[in-house]
Design a protein around this ligand. Structure first.
Ligand code: ATP
Ligand code: MG
Length: 571
C-alpha cells in the first residue's frame, strides 16, 4: 500500500474523552472513528487488524472441525420469548418493530436462532456432532459503553455453537474449542489466562473466560501463586475466616450523625473495619435483598443472584428501601424481623455472622448499634458465603497465597447442556429412536475487543506496538525525502517485499521524515525501513524494530531475508 493513497487520518492530539490507551491510539492512529456512543467505524488501517484476527480465528475453527455460516442479525421476538430471554435481556437488547407492528431485536447473541435452525433439520444422532460458527456484528445496549472498542454497543464477535448427542460429546467439543481459543490468543500475541467463570444468565455448567491481563481490564481475576488455580473473583467461594471469640456485650444505640460511609464509622468508633457490618441492598426482579458483609469485605453480587435466583439484579433505590423500613446510610437487618420473607430477603455472609460486638446501622437516621452479635441479634436471616475473595485470602484449592489482577475478557466458552434445546424443543432421535434434547455448547471471542486488548498490552509513549500476526502492515518503508533515486530504490524494495508476501507500506507522502517516523511509531508497524543518503552512497538500508528499538544496517539486496528473519524472531 502507498501511504499517499491510504485513508488513514492520523491526529496530532489525543481526542478528549478517550480514557484508555487503546481507545486513544486507535483514534490518533486513524484506525477508528466514533459514530455514536459505543458505535464506531473501522477505518482501513483498523479494519486490516480485524481481518487478521478473523483470519486466525477462521483457521483455528476450521482446524477444530467447526463450519462457518452466517445468521441474521434481525431476529423475531418469538424465539426469544420461547426461550424466556426476551425479558431477561431487558434494556440491554435493541428492540424494533417492522411496519406491521411485529417485534424484532438486533441480536446480542445467537443461541435462540441457531437452536431453532437445527431443530427443524438435525433429526438423528447419526448427524451429530455439529459445530457451527460465524463472525459478525453483535448489538448490546450496554449501560456504560466505554473505552472505545473494548465495550461497544455494536461490536464484532466470533460465536460458535456445538450440538451433541450426550454430555461426553459436549465435553469433547468444549475441549476442542477451548484449545482452539488457546491457539487463537497465542497467535494473536496476547498475554492471557483462561480462568474458571460463572455462567451467569446464559445458564449451563462449566465455563471458562479468556482474560487478557491488563490494568485497564474491568474484571478481577484471582490466581494462585503456587498451583494452577485461576478464576474470575465472582466465581470463587472464599474460605470462611476464623474470628477470635469474645464475650457478647449488651447491644446499645449510639449516635453517629454525619457518619454515612463505613470509613466515617471506622474513624468515629476508632474500630477496625472487620468489626463493622456493612449492609448492601439489591433489587432482584422486584424483591428486596439485603446483604450483610464485614466492613472490610465486598458483596459478590453474582453469588447473591445465584442464591436468590431471578433475572435482573440492580442496586435497590431509596423508595424500595424506605417502603421496607430501611434507612439509607443506616441499614441493617435489625428491626426487619417481621418482614414478608418472600418479598424481602436477608442474606448474611458466613464470616460476617461470626463478628463479635460489632457495629451496624440502626435503621434510624443518625444512629448505629454497637455490641452487635449477629448470632444473637440477626433473626430470620439466611447465611451464605456472599463476600468476594480478596488479596488477604488464600487459594481455595491449595491454601497458598493468591494474587488478584485485572483482566479484559476476550473470550468465553460454555457448556450449555440442554437449557436452550429443552426450552426451544430442539430434539433428535437417539439410538433407540427416542427424542432427546441436543446437548449444546457455545463459544465466543470478542474480535474488536481482542484488538483493543492487544494495544492495552503492547504500546509505549509513542504509540502502538503490534504483534506481527495482527499488525495492519508488517513493514513500513520510509524514504527520508523525495529524491528520485531514493524513491526508485524504495519502490524496488517495496516490490520485493510484497513479492515475498510481506505486508508492506511505502510512505511516499510529501512529508518531512520526522512526520513519517512519528506516524510509523504511532501506527505500530513491527519493522520500519529507512532509505536515506547512505542507501545512495553505500547501498545500505536501516531496519528498525518497533518493539525493541534495535536498528540494523544491512545491504539493500538483503532487505527481504533480513526482514523475514527479524519478523520471525518477533512472532
Ligand atoms: P462482559 O462481561 O464484558 O459484558 P459478556 O460476558 O457479556 O461480556 P459474552 O456474552 O461472553 O460477553 O460474549 C463473548 C465475547 O464478546 C466476550 O468474551 C467479549 O470478548 C465480547 N464482548 C461482549 N460484550 C462486548 C462489548 N460490549 N463490546 C465488545 N466486546 C464485547
Ligand atoms: Mg462472557
Amino acid at each position: 500500500m502507498l501511504a499517499s493513497k491510504m485513508y488513514c487520518p492520523t491526529l496530532r492530539e489525543i481526542p478528549a474523552g478517550a480514557e484508555v490507551v487503546s481507545h486513544q491510539y486507535m483514534l490518533k492512529a486513524g484506525m477508528i472513528r466514533k459514530n455514536s456512543s459505543g458505535v464506531y467505524t473501522l477505518l482501513p488501517m483498523g479494519w486490516r487488524v480485524v481481518k487478521k484476527i478473523e483470519a486466525i480465528i477462521r483457521e483455528e475453527m476450521e482446524n477444530a472441525g467447526a463450519q462457518e455460516l452466517m445468521m441474521p442479525i434481525v431476529q423475531p421476538a418469538e424465539i426469544w420469548r420461547e426461550s424466556g430471554r426476551w425479558d431477561v435481556y431487558g434494556e440491554e437488547m435493541f428492540k424494533l418493530k417492522d411496519r406491521h407492528g411485529n417485534e424484532y431485536c438486533l441480536a446480542p447473541t445467537h443461541e435462540e436462532l441457531i437452536t431453532t435452525l437445527v431443530r427443524n433439520e438435525l433429526r438423528s444422532y447419526k448427524q451429530l456432532p455439529v459445530n457451527l460458527y460465524q463472525i459478525q456484528n453483535k448489538y448490546r445496549d450496554e449501560i456504560r459503553p466505554r473505552f472505545g472498542l473494548m465495550r461497544g454497543r455494536e461490536f464484532i464477535m466470533e460465536d460458535g455453537y456445538s450440538f451433541d448427542a450426550d454430555e461426553e460429546g459436549l465435553k469433547k467439543n468444549y475441549e476442542l474449542m477451548y484449545n482452539a481459543y488457546v491457539r487463537v490468543f497465542d497467535r494473536c500475541g496476547l498475554d492471557y489466562r483462561p480462568v474458571q467463570a460463572d455462567s451467569g444468565q446464559i445458564g449451563g455448567s462449566r465455563t471458562h473466560e479468556f482474560m487478557a491481563l491488563a490494568a485497564s481490564g474491568e474484571a478481577d481475576v484471582v490466581h494462585c501463586t503456587k498451583c494452577d488455580f485461576a478464576a474470575n473473583v465472582e466465581k470463587v467461594e472464599p474460605h470462611a475466616l476464623e474470628i477470635a471469640d469474645e464475650e457478647m456485650a449488651e447491644m446499645a444505640l449510639i449516635e453517629t450523625r454525619d457518619c454515612k460511609t463505613i470509613e466515617d464509622l471506622h474513624k468515629l468508633m476508632n474500630m477496625p473495619a472487620e468489626k463493622t457490618l456493612k449492609s448492601v441492598a439489591f433489587n432482584v426482579d422486584g424483591k428486596l435483598v439485603l446483604c450483610v458483609v464485614r466492613g472490610d469485605h465486598e458483596v459478590n453480587d453474582v453469588a447473591v443472584q445465584k442464591f436468590v435466583g431471578g433475572m435482573n439484579i440492580e442496586a435497590a433505590d431509596e423508595e424500595l428501601l424506605r417502603a421496607n423500613g430501611l434507612v439509607p446510610g443506616y441499614m441493617s437487618p435489625i428491626g426487619s424481623e417481621k418482614r414478608d420473607k418472600e418479598k424481602f430477603i436477608i442474606i448474611v455472609d458466613k464470616t460476617a455472622m461470626q463478628v463479635k460486638n460489632g457495629v451496624t446501622g440502626a435503621n434510624k437516621d443518625g444512629y448505629h448499634y454497637k455490641n452487635v452479635n449477629p448470632v444473637r441479634d440477626f433473626k430470620n436471616v439466611r447465611i451464605e458465603t456472599i463476600r468476594l475473595i480478596n488479596a488477604d485470602d488464600v487459594c481455595p484449592v491449595c491454601g497458598a497465597p493468591i494474587k488478584i489482577v485485572q483482566g479484559i475478557e476476550v473470550g468465553q466458552v460454555f457448556e450449555l447442556g440442554t437449557k436452550y434445546s429443552k426450552a426451544l424443543g430442539a430434539t433428535f432421535l437417539d439410538k433407540n429412536g427416542k427424542a432427546q434434547p441436543f446437548v449444546m455448547g457455545c463459544y465466543g471471542i470478542g474480535v474488536t475487543r481482542t484488538m483493543a486488548a492487544a494495544i492495552e498490552q503492547s504500546h509505549d509513549e509513542n504509540g502502538i506496538i503490534w504483534p506481527v500476526s495482527i499488525a495492519p502492515y508488517e513493514v513500513d518503508i520510509v524514504p527520508i525525502n523525495e529524491d528520485a533515486a531514493m524513491m526508485a530504490i524504495a519502490g524496488e524494495i517495496y516490490a520485493r517485499l510484497r513479492g515475498a508476501n510481506i505486508d508492506t507500506m511505502l510512505d511516499d507522502r510529501k512529508e518531512r521524515a520526522g512526520v513519517k517516523f512519528n506516524d510509523a511509531d504511532l501506527i505500530g508497524y513491527p519493522l520500519r525501513i529507512t532509505i536515506g543518503k547512505k542507501t545512495l552512497q553505500e547501498g545500505t538500508i536501516e531496519i528498525k524494530v518497533r518493539k525493541t528499538g534495535q536498528v540494523v544496517t544491512v545491504l539493500k539486496e538483503e532487505t527481504v531475508s533480513q526482514c523475514q528473519a527479524l519478523l520471525s524472531k518477533l512472532r
